[in-house]
Ligand binder design. Structure first.
Ligand code: NZQ
Ligand code: ZN
Length: 387
């Protein structure tokens, strides 16, 4: 296990009716907030009214940025910064999924940056100071509610880039699983695939001695496999929604990555797909993952796939190791299909045209991946296999 410094500062209020802490928690940081939300789901579910009622009864002033897109755009970030400056905002409160939260985080960082907000997405080292951020999560997927990252899209440049800063970690996040009961089936499936992919990116690392992290990763993967299916079939199942929600936060709050030197690879590939074709993040990941797994399976990686197959999928450990590995990959593919996620890029409108360009962009800073590094040609091969 490598050295690490543990710091997971976001305070979590988990469970039914935890929104009741909202007024007191906000007042610790600010008397005026910017409310950031998406295309209207929080209005349809009644959560918006509840938040407004709490802010009003606590004499907290607010202004609003609505309409944040899935794959949030830099244009929305810029609108949010203007609102913060015009209204003297002291905290940015995101109510929604990863897109609203990521937009809120970059608004909070860009508020203190003098140049173009896109600069701090391209270069996180330009972030010096960040307004406090808080979240009310409505979709279990990205882990943004408890991490220090944000992913923003610039459609003009066909770029979708991740940025981050320790102070972008939310000061607090309210995680009430009942808010996720209205998430439609396709987003429940995509969210589950996203959580699993965050775990895979850390799990398939070349650091072999992080035993505790790997067993935690397997527990979280099993949680996704079990409860992803239940939430997909029974949207109102509290146990399923609660377990998925907590798995989403734990998968990406740092816990699984400490002591490893993970370089992610399926995410950089997927971000190119969303940058050019604006597809749902989790869908892109679910299409690429089994093809990436198949591509990297070799004598150096097979033992890790065996661990995965036995510990997550319960495959008989007495089988031949390549059989176990291949079966584990097949089970992964079948699982995503059981959640009705498309399994080919062609099904989501992606053809051969931009594959080479996307492969080049995914590797523009060099090779990607941990357990097996991938160069441009490898990425292109995986994209082609996913068509
Ligand atoms: O916009 P509204 O109307 O709110 O509807 C959303 C949106 O259409 C809807 N939704 C959310 N909660 C709902 C709901 N519908 C009904 N009931 C609810 N309770 O779901 C749709 C998707 O929402 P979005 O926020 O886009 O989804 P998600 O949470 O999956 O976020 C995806 C974004 O996060 C980035 C992705 O790349 C993508 O841009 N990621 C952020 C990460 C991070 N910050 O660490 C890491 C991830 O790997 C990921 O890259
Ligand atoms: Zn993700």
């Amino acid at each position: 296990m490598l050295n690490f410094n543990y710091s997971i500062p976001s305070k979590i209020f988990f469970g039914k009716d935890q929104i009741n802490v909202l007024g007191d928690e906000v007042k610790k940081y600010a008397s005026k907030v910017l409310l950031v939300y998406g295309g209207g789901s929080i209005k349809r579910t009644g959560l918006y009214d509840k938040v407004i009622e709490i802010l009003n009864s606590n004499n907290i002033e607010f202004c609003e940025l609505s309409g944040v897109e899935p794959n949030p755009r830099i244009t929305s970030v810029k609108k949010g910064v203007e609102l913060c400056k015009e209204n003297n905002v002291g905290l940015v409160l995101a109510v929604g999924g990863g897109s609203s939260i990521d937009c809120a985080k970059v608004i909070a960082a860009a508020y203190y940056y003098d140049g173009d907000a896109w600069d701090i997405v391209k270069n996180p080292r330009k972030i010096n100071k960040v307004l406090p951020v808080a979240t009310i999560l409505t979709l279990a997927a990205t882990g943004s509610e408890m991490d220090t990252f944000a992913v923003i899209t610039n459609m003009d440049a066909n770029e979708k880039l991740g940025t981050g800063h320790p102070d972008m970690a939310p000061k607090f996040s309210i995680l009430d699983p009942t808010y996720t009961m209205t998430v439609p089936k396709n987003q429940t499936a995509a969210g589950t695939a996203d959580i699993m992919s965050h775990i895979f990116e850390e799990y398939f690392s070349n650091v072999k001695s992080a035993y505790v992290q790997d067993r935690m990763a397997e527990a979280l993967l099993k949680t996704c496999v079990k409860y992803g299916t239940i939430a997909f079939e029974e949207p109102d199942n509290y146990e399923a929604r609660a377990n998925l929600m907590w798995a989403s936060s734990l998968a990406l709050n740092g816990l699984l990555g400490y002591g490893k030197n993970s370089s992610w690879c399926v995410h950089p590939m997927e971000h190119e797909l969303s940058a050019y074709y604006d597809i749902t993040h989790g869908v892109g990941l679910a299409i690429l993952t089994p093809n990436w797994m198949k591509y990297i399976l070799d004598d150096n990686t097979v033992d890790k796939f065996v661990e995965y197959g036995i510990n997550v999928w319960g495959i008989d450990k007495n089988e031949d190791k390549y059989e176990i590995a291949n079966l584990a990959i097949e089970k992964t593919r079948e699982y995503f299909s059981s959640l009705e996620i498309p399994s080919r890029l062609s099904e989501v409108g992606i053809d051969e045209e931009k594959l080479e360009l996307m492969a080049k962009k995914a590797t523009r800073h060099g090779k990607i991946g941990s357990i097996r590094t991938l160069d441009t040609e490898d990425v292109l091969n995986i994209l082609k296999a996913s068509l």
